[in-house]
Write a protein that binds this ligand. Structure first.
Ligand code: FPP
Length: 243
């Protein structure tokens, strides 16, 4: 694990296609509220800025040859935030999906929503499902975790297996019944905002992930720092419990 105390001096890092070593990157996009507060703006403005950064960073990762990008956009616990903030995040997601239909095509990406869509508004749910269906034959994957909680995900997977009549299960059974069945486990999880926690995100899938923690607030994250995280990842020796 790595935590940068000082803001990294950004030097250009020359990376091209890293997809063979880094197939799946996941982001915990934290710090939008603090970014807004520091500018005396309402929290919603932090999310707005965060949504535009999300788009830039996602496209940057695809351009590096990364096969799957996962972002934690809204957790099962985030419903407890003030209604105004919840509505603002949902509106940003809805706007993004309208706008991203074409972008998904340009990047040959398919959309996958990780999470329980039943609590979303009917229009957001319908829109997300339409784009998921429309993009399903594309090669890259953009997972947006929305009304997502990793413990619920594991419980849901187990209940599906029980409903299928299983009386004992394997690891592969569980993995293939998680929302991430298509993209598999993340190789690298990046958390912005300075906290060292996993916050109920990809608990099963990140068993052997590498972690990169940075104090940078999500709206301040740059492509350069993502490249620094990737370079750090490429320099690590993944032992998977071996020597
Ligand atoms: C955490 O920061 C961020 C969220 C709960 C929402 C993330 C949402 C977006 C980036 C916008 C919509 C996303 C897409 C995919 C279009 P925080 O609010 O907890 O920040 P804080 O810790 O500084 O308060």
């Amino acid at each position: 694990m790595l935590f940068r105390k000082k803001k990294r001096e950004e030097k250009p890092i020359f990376l091209e296609n890293v997809g063979d070593s880094l197939r799946h990157i996941a982001f915990i996009m934290d710090g939008n509220g603090r970014w807004a507060k520091a500018r005396s703006l309402p929290r919603e403005m932090g999310h707005k800025k965060g949504a535009s950064v999300f788009e830039r960073i996602t496209l940057h990762c695809f351009s590096r040859g990364i096969h799957a990008v996962t972002v934690y956009a809204f957790s099962t616990e985030n419903w407890s935030r003030p209604q105004k903030e919840v509505d603002a995040i949902m509106a940003l997601l809805s706007d993004y999906l309208d706008y991203a239909e074409q972008k998904f095509k340009d990047y040959d990406a398919r959309l996958v929503i990780l999470g329980d869509k039943s609590r979303l508004s009917p229009s957001l749910r319908e829109k997300a499902e339409r784009i998921e269906e429309m993009s399903k034959d594309r090669s890259h994957i953009l997972n947006i975790a929305l009304n997502y909680g990793a413990r619920d995900e594991i419980v849901t997977a187990c209940n599906s297996l029980i409903a299928e009549g299983k009386t004992s299960v394997t690891r592969d059974d569980i993995s293939s019944h998680l929302y991430t069945a298509l993209s598999g486990d993340p190789d690298l999880v990046v958390r912005t905002g300075g906290d060292f926690r996993i916050s109920n995100f990809l608990l099963w899938q990140s068993a052997y992930a590498e972690f990169y923690f940075t104090k940078t607030l999500w709206p301040d994250l740059t492509e350069g720092e993502v490249d620094a995280a990737i370079a750090e990842f490429l320099g690590r020796h993944r032992r998977y419990g071996g020597l």
